[in-house]
Design a protein around this ligand. Structure first.
Ligand code: AP5
Length: 222
């Protein structure tokens, strides 16, 4: 099963990608997570990406395209993959299309997480992440068992992502509207797009995702 999760910041792509990746045992490839780990490691890519990410802008296409093209060639993608946060520009979508055809892979579906501005702001401002393992929480919707600490990493605090402050969120939403939203029509025209109501809570949206994915799961991926 080869899937792309498309949608604005805070729509729940990462949360649902983790659930489905575990359920179907396919890798969850999040360009945001890969870039954050490269910043943590102090790698060259991380150094290039840092300023763009902290301001809420996009990391240059060539950096991200190379990164994803390399990742798609790793053996675990043979079973399928779930791409979260890529492609994010028309250039990236076209390069992705080319990479897929060179790897003789076919995209099964693009799931578009559609959510209201109110939902996005509530989710982004309330999101907390573990500074060690990256597990995601929400102060209201998904609090940790012990307030302020990760459920999985002993005595590790959960923190707010640097780009989850009000000014950067505004910029990320503007960048999404300008550069990423055009992909909705691009994938509609390829007849692979499914609209998901991402205002729903995790359990309800999970049920809808299962329904949309059922024909792919039952039919298998070529
Ligand atoms: P990235 O990490 O991809 O961030 P994003 O797209 O802004 O998306 P988010 O992680 O903010 O939101 P999400 O939809 O995953 O929501 P989540 O599940 O966490 O990118 C960060 C930066 O990296 C970019 O700004 C850019 O600079 C760079 N970058 C990455 N990819 C790039 C690319 N391809 N090209 C160029 N640059 C790139 O959920 C949010 C909160 O809501 C959580 O607290 C969660 O618990 C809660 N929640 C989730 N779902 C639900 C639900 N259904 N009901 C209730 N609560 C929910």
């Amino acid at each position: 099963m080869r899937l792309v999760f498309l949608g604005p910041p805070g729509a729940g792509k990462g949360t649902h990608a983790k659930i489905l990746s575990e359920r179907y045992q396919i890798p969850h490839i999040s360009t945001g997570d890969i870039l954050r780990s490269k910043i943590k490691d102090g790698s060259e890519i991380g150094k290039k990406a840092k300023q763009f990410m902290e301001s809420g802008g996009l990391v240059p296409d060539e950096v991200v395209i190379d990164m994803v093209t390399e990742r798609l060639q790793e053996p675990d993608t043979k079973k399928g993959f779930l791409l979260d946060g890529f492609p994010r520009t028309l250039n990236q979508a076209k390069a992705f299309d080319l990479a897929l055809s060179q790897l003789e892979m076919k995209l099964d579906s693009v799931l578009y997480f559609k959510a209201s501005l109110e939902t996005l702001l509530m989710r982004l401002t309330g999101r907390r992440v573990c500074s060690q393992c990256g597990a995601t929480y929400h102060v209201k919707n998904l609090p940790p068992k012990k307030e302020g600490f990760c459920d999985f990493c002993e005595n590790t605090e959960i923190i707010q992502r640097k780009d989850d402050n009000e000014d950067t969120i505004k910029n990320r939403l503007d960048v999404y509207d300008k550069d990423t939203a055009p992909l909705i029509n691009f994938y509609k025209s390829l007849d692979v797009l499914s609209d998901m109501n991402a205002d729903l809570d995790v359990e309800e949206l999970d049920i809808d995702l299962e329904k949309v994915l059922a024909p792919i799961v039952n039919g298998g991926s070529e």
